[in-house]
Structure formats: C-alpha cells, structure tokens
Design a protein around this ligand. Sequence first.
Ligand SMILES: Cc1ncc(COP(=O)(O)O)c(C=O)c1O
Length: 442
Amino acid sequence: MTDMVDKFGSNEGGEFGVAPSGPRRSFPIELLPKTSKISDGRVSIGGVDLGWLAHEVGTPFFVYDEEHIRSVMRRLKRSFVGEVAYASKAFLCRELARIVDEEGLFLDVATQGEIFVALSAGFPASRMIFHGNNKSSEELRFALEAGVGRVVVDSFDELDRLDTLAFGPVRVWIRVTPGVEAHTHEYVMTGQEDSKFGFSFNSGAAERAIKRVLDSSNLVLVGLHCHIGSQILRLESYRAAIEVMAVLVRRYELAELNIGGGLGVPYVGGEEAPSLEEWVSELGRYAEQAGIPGAVRLHIEPGRSIVAQAAVTVYRAGTIKRLEGIRTYVSVDGGMSDNPRPVLYGSGYDTLLVERAEDVATEIFCISGKHCESGDILVREALLPADLAVGELIGTPVTGAYGYSMASNYNKVLRPPVVFVKDGKHRVVVRRESLDDLLRLE
Ligand SMILES: Cc1ncc(COP(=O)(O)O)c(C=O)c1O
C-alpha cells in the first residue's frame, strides 16, 4: 500500500501533484481544457473570455469545455474495442447526461439520486449500470422499475434482496475484488482484499456469488465487474486484476467483463499520465494475454479522465495576508465546499491568473478558502506573479471531476454555478444557489 507521504506533497503514483517551482514564464497549457486559448494574458475557453464570464455569472464558478468532454468521449469510443460508460459520480447534471447520451456511452450510476437525475434528462435506463455497496431495497426497486440495463451486485445481502424484488429477468454483473493494490491513495484504492466493495476472489466469495446467481430463476449472470481504484498512473496495476478476472470469465463462460475506470490525470505542470489511447490499448492487450476470449464484450467506466481536465474553477482573491518568513495567504471566495479534494486526499492543483496568464510567476502563495477551518487550503503552494492583488481572478484547472459532485454547503456557503461553454457562447447548466435555497429543506 502506498502511504500518504506528505499531506500536500508528492505521493508517487498517488493523488498528489507537486507544486511547480518558479520562475515560470507561461502556464502549462496542456492542463487547460482542449479549446483554451491564452491571448494577451487572457484565458478563454470555447471562445469565451473567463474575465468577461466572471462579470456575467459572478465568482466562484465552474466552467466546462463542452468540446473537451465530447472529444474525450469520442476518442475513447474510437480506440476501445468494447463499450464505454461514463462514471457519473465524477460530475453529473442533466446537461451532461444528455451529452453522454448523444455520444452513445453507457452511464455508471451508484445511487437512486444519480439514476433519477439521469432519467430526468431522458437518459435511457437500459444503458445505465447500477453500482453501490449498500443499495437499499428502495433503490433496487426504483432501478428495477426504471429498467436499468445491469445491476452490479456487491454483496450476498444485496443478492437476496434483489432476487426477492425482481419481477422479471434482471441482468446482473458480480463485482469482484481481485485482491490487487493499485498504486494510488488508499482512500481511492478499491481492488484490495480489505475493501468494503465486492466479493473477494481469493476467499472464494466471488465464486459463491456467481453460483448463487446461476441458481436464481430471476437473476441472469451476464458478466463480472472490477474497479481497482482511481487516479491510477501506472497501467501495470490493471494487469494483475485482469488476470484474476480472466480465470472467472473463462471458468463460467461469461459474456461481459467490466474493468472499471480509474485512469489518472495530470493535475499540476510537469505531472504525466498515460493517454486515453495508451490506457485502452493496454487493457485490450492485458485481456488478450490473460486469455480472455475475443467474444467477451469488454466494458470500461472512467469518470475522472473524461471530465477532470474539462473544467476550471474561477475564484476571486479576497484578502491577502503576508506572514514574513512564513507564507502569504490569499483567501478566495470558495474553498473546501466547492473542492474538498485537497482536504480529503491532500490533492495538489496548479493555478493561474485568468486575466494575466502570461505574467511571469515568481512567488509562492497559499490559496486558502473562506471556511472556518485552518485546513481549508485549496492550493498549498501556488506559483503566481508576485504582484497578485486583491480582486484578481484565480483559476484552478483540472477541477471537473469530484469537485462540484462532492460540493457542500459548509458554513452555508452557496454552491457555485456550473457553466458550459462552446463556440463563443456560454450557458449556465446549474445555477448558483441562492440564500432561499439554504432554507428550502427546513
Ligand atoms: C465502480 C466505479 N467505477 C468507476 C469509477 C470511476 O473512477 P474514475 O473517476 O477514477 O475513472 C469509480 C470511482 O471511484 C467507481 O467506484
């Protein structure tokens, strides 16, 4: 297991980016969404100037490049031999569900709420894959009535409940924990023996679950599933999992195998991750080498690698506090409520001034949020121009995954809007919360 080396520093193959050291003349454009441009220091995405957008919608806001999302989905579909699902936990709203549908992907959903949002966008239930380690009877009933395409069974309790609730044939995958420790942060490592997810291969539980489904007259075993973790930067981690899955796929002559998601992305300048094409080609190669018959339909379900780099969060600098010989804090108008990843995993991000992206960055600032926690730090070491001033717009790129979807109202801070941009136009797909929204549940 990879230990967390330093809460904010590097963790080999883990969740953490290392702060770049200065001076830096230009921001690494490869961290920005596909259609981003920097001209006279001003950043635009999808033809929309981010400084202008800040005036239109206020700060903070998430801006997503629609072209980026679509092009990643197309690249995956083009290069992968099997089916591609989008893991909606990374970020879901109705507009995104419609894009996933238009691009012909499956959708990984893990709760009734995710199914509900996707259904309300018109996403066909038949292309939904229903996950979750603790699906309630209510959730299972809801999913069955909606007609979800596959239920990924995670435990014996769930198997019993599903069997009782089924009112017709239910297509099932068994989630297997292959006993593999992926090189990533322990909180997002899911394929190891000691896990709350799935049936263990090594203990024989996976085979008992398979037999239990085969004995059922309602449940139809169409395949197996595994997901070894998230933010995986070393593809080798998948090989061992696929070898384990191959044993079961062959033994029970199964038609489908889902290898999960998990491909990592670079978060800071200088960090590297395998490309989408390298990832899917290695998965195909590992499957072939493990003797998985060509007729077996492979599935993958990435989330982060589809949306992380598609978005930038834009904040406004509020107060600047210089502590001589210690550090300079720059507090912004958001924080752990719109991006809890730094607090949860010690994740690193890069930063840029979206209206002065070409000014030489020479000084390290600590970008902190507005919450009542000393730990509410968004970027521990942000390399920015030394004359950074109150009121300037600070962007944190690569915030499209597990940011808004994990957002909260901590301190009754209003959740920011989500804006999609394309062809010089913007549309607010999730509006900013209002003060009235804070009262709507009381
Ligand atoms: C079962 C399952 N599939 C897919 C994913 C998506 O992973 P990622 O966003 O790392 O691609 C997750 C996320 O943890 C997951 O739990």
